[in-house]
Design a protein around this ligand. Structure first.
Ligand code: TYM
Length: 334
């Protein structure tokens, strides 16, 4: 795969914490499926990132397998994309240390995710939570990608990765490709259904605020019907209508209809009809994914084999970059 240098390379990862949401799907996962046709792609389950917040081991183990199965279920094809689990490739933690020594305390202190998560988990503000962006930079830079397809919330981390790469290249000579974040216009920031000023998040305590990719059709429709909107009762995209804007963006991302076309289609109809339509469209997208996932999870041996293949292929690519970085920094190579 790594010899097809003419194709641009893309890399992205997702944490196996909680069940992924519609936000993860529209902001990232679905775009990965489209990208695998045109890019040389690397996608990983970022399990090492998950332990920056305390996890129950047996649950974490299950979630890693489920997330890997989900990547396959949404349509990522191991023949086209390199799919792997981060902890199976030791080069990630190895490069992370080298990058940590080239990352400033001040830079990491400015990360909004660190500020948010340390406020939320005040009893466990650990070193890993603080250093998280350097591990993420290692995830990225090891594979020399041109672009990183992510949702808008990861832009700051991607920019830090670029800064780290540029600094390293400047100090030690050209080592890393400096990648660009790639953020789609629709679906980049799916918002909470209960508080549309916040992003939809799998760690939200209110289960009605997010659509889990595991939610069945009735649950999806019920959650959309309960979504917080405004009192205008007109399907119109406008400033101050965060709830309706969010639903329109979700509907647009799923159906491909423009916001104008949606306004026209729901002219004279109330929010009730629109919410049901959004719920049905989302449920129809999720049902086949859920069915494929159940089939995949029934064959653990096949999943493990795919993980093993992914780990071996990813380790080859990552090992080369790690060796290059070690050499540039002055380590003795055997
Ligand atoms: P994570 O696991 O929180 O989310 C995975 C992807 O989903 C996107 N996303 C959203 N997009 C739109 N609307 C939302 N409400 C929403 N919520 C999540 C995220 O932007 C992300 O693209 N640090 C990363 C994982 C990671 C990574 C990497 C990503 C580790 N190493 C290297 C890229 C490259 C994270 O926690 O994503």
């Amino acid at each position: 795969m790594e010899n097809q240098e003419r194709k641009k390379r893309a890399l992205s990862c997702i944490q196996p914490t909680g069940t992924p949401t519609l936000g993860n799907y529209l902001g990232a996962l679905r775009n990965w499926v489209q990208m695998q046709e045109d890019f040389d792609c690397f996608f990983a389950v970022a399990d090492l990132h998950a332990i920056t917040v305390r996890q129950e081991p047996s649950k974490l183990r299950q979630q890693i397998v489920e997330m890997f199965a989900l990547l396959l279920a949404i349509g990522l094809d191991p023949q086209k994309s390199l799919l792997f689990v981060q902890s199976h490739v030791p080069a990630h933690t190895q490069l992370s240390w080298l990058l940590s020594c080239n990352t400033q305390f001040g830079e990491l202190s400015r990360m909004t995710q660190f500020k948010d998560k340390s406020a939320k988990h005040a009893d466990n503000i650990n070193l890993g939570l603080f250093a998280y962006p350097t591990l993420m930079a290692a995830d990225i830079l090891l594979y020399q990608p041109d672009c990183i397809p992510v949702g808008a919330d990861q832009k700051q981390h991607c920019e830090l990765s670029r800064n780290i790469a540029e600094r390293f290249n400047g100090l030690y000579g050209n080592t890393f490709v400096v990648p660009e974040p790639f953020i789609m216009k629709t679906g980049a920031r799916v918002r909470s259904l209960q508080d549309p000023t916040k992003k939809m998040s799998k760690s939200d305590e209110n289960v009605n605020s997010f659509i889990s990719l595991k939610d069945d059709k009735d649950t999806v429709i019920r959650k959309f019907r309960r979504a917080v909107t405004d009192s205008e009762a007109k399907v119109r995209y406008a400033e101050g209508k965060d709830g309706i804007n969010n639903l329109m963006e979700i509907y647009s991302a799923i159906t491909g209809l423009s916001l104008d076309a949606i306004e026209q289609a729901f002219e004279g109809k109330g929010y009730g009809d629109f919410k049901t339509a959004v719920g049905e469209a989302v449920a129809n997208e999720l049902t086949p994914i859920q069915e494929r996932m159940n089939t995949l999870l029934a064959d653990k041996a096949q999943l493990e084999q795919l993980m093993r293949d992914g780990a071996a292929n990813a380790s080859r690519v990552a090992g080369r970059t790690l060796a290059k970085a070690q050499k540039k920094m002055g380590f003795v190579q055997l």
